[in-house]
Design a protein around this ligand. Structure first.
Ligand code: HEM
Length: 416
């Protein structure tokens, strides 16, 4: 098939992907001394690549499309069907504009206020517990923040179970078997709930402010002037709430960095020269979360003498690009100061995808993620004191998504 692209000789690499997880693409690129190779995954020829140049071509809309790229198992658990992730061209741009309209600076300020409020409320409970599992508690905080910000009504007593459902969808990403099916079931249940709420907004039984995601999505019209199909609207509303819940993973890694990197605590507390933001950027670069993104070749083309045949599935390695020696100094060190003179590079630093927001599929919630991480980590270092008991803080590179194994336990939490 694809010209002279180096080949990973194997009948099928699916089991190796499960075994090697975040390092699957990097391991083969290092072994074959290349930034691109061809392999078979689940019986299909796939091209894998990494690095800035690879990201530039991957995010060129003339070459790639998303329709038909995500496997059914991901659509049934993590993404949902017919959402923005699966759209191309003008249909994608129109839907993406809807998402980006929710990310104004006013809306981000409200999000920061909500985040602070919910940390304050939750931290009162922390004082009454001997032991707090930070990841689980943060997931609940994020779920509450997400629902309030999106304008979705809920009862407080449901939050644990709702956070758990969103958590299961996220956890299903790289999973097979039980973990995958838990994610599917959680999605079916949550989509029903979201459909019902959107219907209430459309029937004027539930009034919500015009700026909320619930209102905007319920009333969004496609390029033909039609309201979104109820199911699709539910998927898109969940595309706002679920990833906010997912920020709990980055916050947990942030707490780990504060614990493991001796200078960080003081520097984050003092936040001189925007240290907190650099710290947040380094968490997004250093720790593994989204492993790779996939797209299909829309029309055959040649890049660097390699032939990309129409229809081929191509995976761009996110983790590998953020850990590419050609792009990053001291690549395997946690070093927030690397961002001091960072001018931004849409293709080298891609924890939430690369390229452009409107023209491409770059994560619509990148600013939301950065703001919530800043507010949350600021709260943790400046408003809480706690002890970190002995526990297994290691994280597996083969489990996608990964997390410190103990989920970060803290003891004797007090508010400052
Ligand atoms: C928790 C941290 C997050 C990570 C690691 C993350 C990662 C990503 C990645 C890798 C993509 C795909 C990029 C591509 O296909 O090229 C993406 C897309 C997307 N993300 Fe995020 N994301 C996060 C948080 C958020 C938040 C907080 C929101 C919303 C509030 C959000 C909404 C979206 C949407 C709507 C898309 C689809 C964009 C499109 O297809 O045009 N994400 N994200």
């Amino acid at each position: 098939m694809s010209g002279n692209i180096p080949k990973n000789i194997s009948l099928d690499s699916s089991l190796s992907l499960l075994r090697e997880g975040y390092l699957f693409i990097q391991n083969r690129c290092q072994r074959l001394k290349t930034d691109i190779f061809e392999t078979r995954l689940l019986g299909e020829h796939v091209i894998c690549m990494y690095g800035e140049e690879a990201a530039k071509v991957f995010y060129d809309n003339n070459h790639f499309k998303r329709n038909g790229a995500a496997p059914k198992r991901i659509l049934k658990s993590l993404f949902g069907e017919k959402g923005v992730q699966t759209l191309d061209q003008s249909e994608h741009k129109h839907r993406k504009e809807m998402f980006m309209s929710l990310m104004t600076s006013d809306r981000l300020s409200i999000l920061n206020e909500l985040t602070n409020e919910e940390w304050k409320v939750k931290s009162r409970d922390f004082e009454n517990k001997n032991t707090v599992v930070l990841f689980d508690e943060t997931q609940e905080i994020m779920c509450k923040v997400a629902l309030r910000w999106a304008g979705v009504p809920f009862d407080d007593f449901e939050i644990k179970s709702l956070a758990n459902d969103f958590g299961m969808m996220i956890d299903a990403f790289g999973a097979v078997g039980v973990r995958h099916y838990k994610g599917r079931i959680a999605r079916v249940k949550t989509e029903l709930w979201m459909k019902n709420i959107i219907e209430q907004v459309r029937n004027h039984k539930l009034k919500q402010a015009n700026e909320t995601a619930l209102y905007v999505i319920a009333n969004h019209r496609d390029l033909n002037g039609n309201l979104l199909d109820l199911q699709v609207a539910a998927v898109e509303l969940m595309n706002i709430i679920r990833p906010i819940v997912a920020i709990a993973t980055y916050i947990t890694f942030g707490a780990l960095a504060i614990h493991e990197q001796p200078d960080c605590l003081k520097k984050v507390q003092e936040n001189q020269n925007n240290y907190l933001e650099m710290f947040v950027e380094e968490i997004r670069r250093y720790y593994p979360f989204a492993p790779f993104v996939g797209a299909r070749v829309s029309e055959g083309f040649t890049w660097n003498n390699y032939n990309f045949k129409k229809g081929t599935l191509v995976l761009l390695d996110i983790y590998g690009t953020n850990h590419d020696h050609r792009l990053w100094e001291k690549v395997d060190e946690f070093w927030p100061e690397r961002f001091v003179n960072w001018s931004g590079n849409r293709y080298a630093f891609i924890p939430q995808g690369g390229g452009e927001y409107l023209e491409g599929h770059r994560c619509a919630g990148e600013m939301v993620t950065i703001e919530i991480m800043k507010s949350s980590l600021d709260f943790i270092v400046n408003h809480l004191v706690y002890e970190v008991p002995n526990q297994d803080l290691s994280y597996s590179m083969s489990r996608i998504p990964t997390l410190p194994k103990s989920r970060f336990i803290i003891n004797n939490v007090k508010r400052k």
